[in-house]
Ligand binder design. Structure first.
Ligand code: NAP
Length: 426
């Protein structure tokens, strides 16, 4: 028997509007022949530049989620709490399949929502939450199900990647490029979620949960953004053969899992270094499959709507999987790793006095802490403001490295706090 799949869409902004247009242009069919049709919508204002006149309007997204006249609820409002969470919970409690692009919601409340979905026999799908049009969730959740994944690392925020790429290409400061990105609509008026690394963290937390069959654990993710990246670092890193990227990574170390986001140097020849502009890119490494690399458009109306549509098609096809690889009752947070277990290679920039013996003092301090130097670069700049020097280290237990850098910062010849950026383990 063929039936129309009645879709209710809450949120008609970039992604919601894109989805309404996508489904009007590209019909999605169920195996039995039924089609997906947006029959009801909700947003704050009814004013749209696309036609919603044939759709039932709901002022309240929660009422839409509870409506007996929809078969699938699509949440495209955003935010980890508030109306998005209330509406998703309501739909799941009514046993309705939910499709969402909301990474904040899934990263923060994924475990409870997975339990609710399971109790009510309703699928909860979120392909669009990670890397927009690149099917990262499907690769990890479906194509690699059962594989022993060991590491995931990538560029998961297009705004940061755009800013870093523009800084390098145009020689402008972080503040200048951010202001221009805001004018052009590439960055939000409040850019904190993007440039602070929080958006990338939401996404890597979701991928880590899927990869390692654990509960999403946003609270324990270590997050550092790109706000402190200076043009000098971009240029010096380049002189050393690297490019600075905001890298999100999830890695199994011993019995624990490390989930972090921070700026990192990637070798210029590495695919992550070559993913420029607003592109997203991701490495996935499994014990049997080896390394997989994907790259593409991680945001925007078209790519994100396509990912939402793919989830709707999965619901129509009857695909049912555990939300995070394991039944909800078995989902636990992966144990955090001890700092000493983490081996880190770093780039360290110092501003030192222009006098003899400085390099010896820095080298001695590092030697005392057992940190070995991989490369050393001194720029021929001599002025009253000091001399910049840059070094890279070999891999060292991270607490030891941080202690050594702190000691260097306290040397009388060192004029400002050392700048440390990790070198990506890619
Ligand atoms: N934009 C992307 O490229 C992208 C990519 C991947 C994932 N996502 C995720 O997709 C979701 C939507 O993002 P977006 O960029 O489309 O956001 P957006 O353009 O800001 O759209 C948000 C929509 O939600 C509506 N809304 C706000 N409060 C509401 C409420 N209480 N009830 C009903 N509707 C409400 C807004 O209504 P009004 O229009 O009336 O103000 C607007 O239509 C977010 O979770 C985001 O993280 C976005």
């Amino acid at each position: 028997m063929s039936k129309t799949w009645r879709i209710g869409v809450a949120g008609l902004g970039t992604v919601g509007g894109g989805l309404v247009k996508f489904l009007a242009e590209a019909p999605l069919y169920a195996p039995q022949g039924g089609r997906a049709e947006v029959v009801a919508v909700s947003a704050r204002s009814r004013k749209r530049d696309f036609d919603i006149s044939a759709m039932t309007w709901f002022d309240d997204a929660v009422a839409l989620a509870a409506s007996p006249d929809i078969d699938i609820f699509v949440e495209l409002i955003g935010g980890s709490d508030g109306p998005a969470k209330a509406a998703v919970e309501t739909a799941l409690k009514h046993g309705k399949p939910v499709v969402t692009a909301n990474k904040a919601l899934i990263a923060v409340h994924g475990q409870a929502l997975a339990a609710l979905a399971e109790q009510n026999g309703a699928p909860l799908l979120f392909e669009a939450a990670v890397m927009g049009g690149v099917p990262a969730v499907k690769i990890v959740r479906e194509a690699l199900v059962g594989e022993d994944l060991v590491a995931i690392a990538g560029i998961l925020n297009g705004t940061c990647n755009y800013i870093l790429t523009e800084m390098e290409a145009t020689g402008r400061s972080f503040a200048d490029v951010l202001a221009e990105a805001q004018r052009l609509g590439y960055a939000e008026a409040d850019p904190t979620t993007d440039v602070g690394g929080f958006d990338a963290a939401h996404k890597i937390v979701i991928l880590a949960a899927l990869a390692f069959g654990s509960a999403p654990n946003y609270a324990d993710a270590e997050i550092e953004g790109i706000e402190k990246i200076e043009l000098a670092d971009i240029r010096l890193a380049h002189d050393l053969g690297y490019r600075i990227k905001l890298v999100a990574s999830a890695e199994k170390i011993g019995d624990g899992v490390s989930v972090r986001v921070h700026p990192a140097l990637a070798p210029l020849s590495h695919p992550l270094a070559q993913a420029g502009g607003a592109l997203n890119a991701l490495f996935i490494e499994g014990r049997r499959v080896g390394r997989i690399f994907v790259q593409g458009r991680g945001a925007g109306e078209g790519p994100t709507a396509a990912a939402v549509a793919a989830d709707i098609a999965d619901v129509m096809a009857g695909a049912v999987r555990p939300v995070f690889q394991k039944p909800g009752a078995q989902l636990v947070k992966a144990p955090a790793i001890e700092g000493e277990q983490r081996l880190t290679q770093a780039y360290v920039r110092l501003l030192v006095k222009d006098e003899p013996g400085v390099i010896a003092a820095v080298s001695e301090t590092l030697a005392e802490e057992n940190v070995s130097i991989d490369s050393f670069l001194q720029k021929p700049v001599h002025d009253a403001g000091g001399v910049p020097i840059v070094l890279t280290t070999h891999a060292t237990p991270e607490p030891v490295l941080l202690r050594a850098i702190q000691r260097i910062g306290a040397l009388p010849q060192v004029l400002e706090s050392p700048r440390m950026i990790r070198i990506a383990r890619v």
